[in-house]
Ligand binder design. Structure first.
Ligand code: ADP
Ligand code: MG
Ligand code: MG
Length: 882
């Protein structure tokens, strides 16, 4: 296939594949083809990157000719020539992966400048200051990105030059100042590398192309890929594009914009711009960007003119471009533009990242505007991102000790201990601390710390700064540009409003208002109304699968119902045993050396369990409730710490030695595969008998009191054979019969099993002859199929994901191609044996969108997720059905 695709003018490629051109390249071609002003250029495909790595980092043989042809294309349109001292063509070399990886890949601007072409640029532009400014920018960027030199040396030289002149701003530097600095920069390169700065534009170009490919394998790109499940083999495209100049004086500018507000979703243009600057200046925080619209400027009470006021005509044109792009892409766009001497140029567009709140509002608004359908609106919101909305916000009535106010860069509230660098933040979070990462500004090296933190606070940077963009993407609350902060990273203290806060002190951020507060501020649970409710109603209309919840307390069950759960998919009864009041009876039961002794202890538990179930049936009135009989090995209920033995022994009325001996007897080398699940029921049927009795008594009582009919589904765990299941079903049915006779009423119920062992999946046809439902216990099924333990896998899973052995952690996202086969096979065999057998999933995967897609494909009847993930599951199930 073609290695290089052109854009700009009639030669614009018809190719639109992001897999091939990367997101940036595909959209540049698209914008060019719909007549928007895009500087011409060409895209080297992602396949070339993949081939480059496959060939030991060698460019394919024919690439050189294609690149030359691409340069000729740009020369043809611009009338400038690459390397021509009289009228030099300058280009940018830009990376572009399939999905945007903000700040991950490096861009080189003004490429093609050298000691001769810079003179040509002075002539051609009639602006020596601009030409020398561009050259010094190029040397620094190229040295940094391509040659790997530390940019600090260059920044220091610039600082000294400004100090010598008594300047404060870069804009005060004259042509002569920049020219002098260029000489210094060239000397720095020669000193650091032992060779002169590459003067030949072609060499510069190949150096930059190689650097873009190399940045794909940089550490920060790898971290980003791991956090976002992006496969390493995708590769990046390279875009080479004619430069347009925003640094040609006061009729030139550069900026970034969103067609709607990315934080709130409000339908208002939103962005930042800088007069007389190049693109990187806006995001790098070197100068404070200005507001795009007059309204935003006035609202913020800022002085420097907005673009709307300073360049009304160009601004009006930009507005027309926004409208064209929204109508064309039918989504909110994130745009980069440059104005060169009054002429507008588009440099990038993509679907804009947005907060969950904005995503909801934009989807619902666009459906109302008729831009998209309700089904599309449902597809537009990332279910995982809803997580942000399902979490608490600050209690407006709680007192706030406000330290300062910054920009509301990413909404939500968070409290935590101050940490001044990413490594400390990660470490503290690893020890279970809530952490707020506090930085002057963030860079891609801080990603792991941002991920570990509950919230991010920066002293510098705007709404489109690195911190803001990344925090929004991660769903972390962020306050950026809090100018009132003085951060002393070395002394590990933060000074603000005449106060000092040290590392480890607690602060609270409100990412929706920009407020920074001392101490912890209480929070409120979210109310799910408005756009959220609207979108959920649309989702429920298209959804086929039911959504249940995993809950074992009436409180959790109630939260889940409020979030729209349609039943309980997993009620783990062992959690009920850990209650302080009951654990003694549980231990008595374990320590008893006869069936009689066990029955006596179980009798004490019966009324407690009955109460648990009655409360849950009450909340879940008329909805199915799947109750799993006791699952964990018994030793989990015994003490482990020496000091607890005496207390437990006394409470249970046995000697310490006897207790220790029993604990020893129960010790297992591999409890996950040991005496647990139905194996407990087989050896101690009286336990399951008591639990079954509690379930049916509770169901009868609730039915008698409220008239609602509970729908118990009794689930036998860890079944491997039909005989095991039959024995346990016998225990349950006998208990049911006895209770119904005593109570004088009957309740419909089902007895089914978890499919969580490979053998159970294989034997599903036979087990389904007896079992009335299957629930896929994918946590255990993943453990037992791959043979890795969830509790120990942490030590190597990260490396497994890094090395591409797993694309994602199989405990987070179902291993569809492996474990998935067992589920498909069991579903198929189960259905063949029992027409209409009820099938569900109750592992963690029931709240994970990609896993839910698999469940839809496999035709499961429901998924079950933890209460706070129920809305996520509802939306994901709807998307899977579309
Ligand atoms: P990123 O993916 O990090 O945003 P880009 O490739 O978009 O990197 O480049 C960063 C900035 O460089 C852009 O926002 C734009 O302002 C500037 N830039 C890139 N190419 C050009 C060009 N051909 N002319 C002028 N500015 C450019
Ligand atoms: Mg960009
Ligand atoms: Mg299990």
């Amino acid at each position: 296939t073609k290695m290089v695709h052109l854009f700009g003018g009639a030669a614009t490629t018809a190719e639109r594949s992001k897999e091939l051109l990367g997101g940036k390249g595909a959209n540049l071609a698209e914008m060019a083809s719909i007549g928007l002003p895009v500087p011409p250029g060409f895209t080297i495909t992602t396949e070339v990157c993949t081939a480059y790595y496959a060939n030991g980092e060698q460019f394919p043989a024919d690439l050189a000719a294609d690149v030359e042809n691409g340069i000729a294309h740009i020369e043809g349109i611009t009338g400038k020539r690459f390397g021509d001292p009289a009228n030099p063509l300058l280009v940018s070399v830009r990376s572009g992966a399939r999905v945007s990886m903000p700040g991950m890949m490096d861009t080189v601007l003004n490429l093609g400048l050298n000691d001769k072409t810079v003179v040509g640029l002075v002539e051609a532009s009639g602006d020596p200051r601009f030409a020398w400014d561009s050259y010094r920018r190029f040397i620094q960027m190229y040295a940094d990105v391509v040659m790997g030199l530390d940019h600090a040396a260059f920044e220091e030289a610039l600082e000294i030059a400004k100090e010598d002149k008594g300047f404060y701003l870069d804009t005060e530097m004259t042509a002569e100042d920049w020219q002098a600095l260029v000489l210094e920069y060239l000397a720095i390169v020669e000193r650091e590398t032992g060779a002169p700065f590459p003067q030949e534009p072609k060499d510069q170009l190949w150096g930059a192309i190689g650097a873009v490919f190399a940045s794909w394998e940089s550490d920060r790109a790898k971290v980003y890929r791991r956090l976002n499940s992006i496969p390493g083999e995708w590769g990046t495209a390279v875009n080479v594009q004619a430069m347009v100049f925003g640094n040609m004086g006061d009729t030139s500018a550069t900026g970034v914009a969103f067609t709607r507000d990315p934080a709130t979703g409000e339908r208002a243009w939103y962005g930042e711009w800088l007069i007389n600057a190049q693109g990187e200046d806006v995001v790098a925080g070197i100068r404070t960007p200005q507001y795009l619209t007059r309204q935003a400027r006035e609202k913020a009470g800022a002085k420097p003119l907005s673009m709307e006021e300073a360049m009304p005509e160009t601004f009006a044109e930009l507005g027309r471009v926004f409208d064209t792009l929204e109508t064309h892409y039918r989504d909110m766009q994130d745009i980069e533009f440059t104005v060169e001497r009054g002429k507008l140029w588009m440099l990038q567009t993509r679907s804009g990242k947005r907060t969950a709140k904005a995503a909801l509002k934009i989807a619902v608004d666009m459906a109302a505007e008729g831009l998209i359908s309700e089904e599309e609106a449902v597809q537009r919101v990332d279910p995982g991102a809803l997580d942000q909305l399902l979490h608490p916000t600050l209690d407006p009535k709680a007192p706030r000790d406000v330290l300062t106010k910054g920009l509301p860069a990413s909404p939500g509230a968070a409290s935590g201990k101050i940490m001044f660098d990413a490594d400390s933040a990660e470490k503290a979070a690893g020890m279970g601390e809530a952490v707020i990462l506090v930085r002057v500004e963030t860079s891609p090296e801080d990603i792991h710390g941002m991920h570990a933190a509950k919230g991010i606070l920066t002293a510098r940077g705007g709404m489109t700064s690195h911190a803001a963009v990344v925090a929004r993407g991660m769903g972390r609350p962020c306050v950026s540009g809090a100018g009132g902060l003085a951060i002393d990273g070395a002394a590990r203290v933060l000074r603000v409003a005449g106060r000092e806060l040290r590392e480890g002190e607690v602060i609270t951020l409100d990412g929706s208002t920009g407020e920074v507060m001392a101490g912890e501020v209480p929070t409120l649970l979210p109310e799910l109304v408005g756009d959220f409710a609207t979108l959920m109603a649309w989702a429920d209309r298209v959804r086929r699968m039911k959504v249940r919840t995993n809950a074992e307390t009436p409180q959790d069950a109630q939260v889940a119902r409020d979030f729209g759960a349609e039943g309980i998919g997993l009620c783990r009864t062992e959690h009920m045993f850990f209650d302080a009041a009951r654990i003694t009876a549980v231990r008595e039961m374990i320590l008893a050396d006869s069936e009689e002794g066990r029955r006596a202890a179980l009798a004490k538990l019966l009324s407690e369990q009955r109460g648990d179930f009655a409360a849950i049936f009450g909340v879940m009135a008329g909805l199915p409730v799947t109750i799993r009989l006791l699952d964990p090995p018994l030793h989990e209920f015994l003490p482990t710490r020496e000091e607890d033995f005496a207390e437990v022994a006394a409470a249970a009325g046995v000697g310490i030695e006897a207790l220790k001996a029993r604990a020893n007897e129960l010790h297992e080398f591999n409890p996950m595969l040991g005496h647990r699940g139905c194996r407990l029921g087989v050896t101690y049927p009286e336990i399951y008998e008591m639990q079954a009795r509690a379930i049916f008594e509770a169901a009868c009582d609730v039915a008698a009191e409220s008239g609602a009919s509970p729908v118990p589904e009794v689930m036998i765990p860890l079944v491997a054979t039909r005989r095991e299941f039959d024995l346990m079903k016998g225990v349950v049915d006998t208990a049911a019969k006895a209770v119904f006779a005593e109570k004088g009423r009957e309740i419909d119920y089902l007895v089914g099993t978890m499919i969580e062992l490979p053998r159970a999946a294989l034997m599903a046809g036979e087990i389904a002859q007896s079992a009335e439902f299957f629930s896929f216990g994918t946590n255990d099924l993943t453990q037992t199929t791959i043979g890795i333990s969830r509790d120990d896998a942490g030590r190597f899973l990260t490396q497994y994901v890094d090395k591409g052995i797993f694309v994602t952690d199989p405990f987070v996202s179902l291993d569809v191609e492996g474990v998935g086969q067992l589920i498909e096979l069991a579903a198929e065999r189960g259905r063949a044996a029992r027409v209409g057998i009820k099938l569900g999933i109750c592992g963690e995967h029931g709240g994970d969108a990609p896993s839910i897609h698999f469940c839809e494909k496999t035709g499961l009847d429901y998924v079950s997720a933890s209460p706070y993930r129920v809305p996520i599951a509802r939306l994901a199930a709807a998307q899977a059905a579309l």
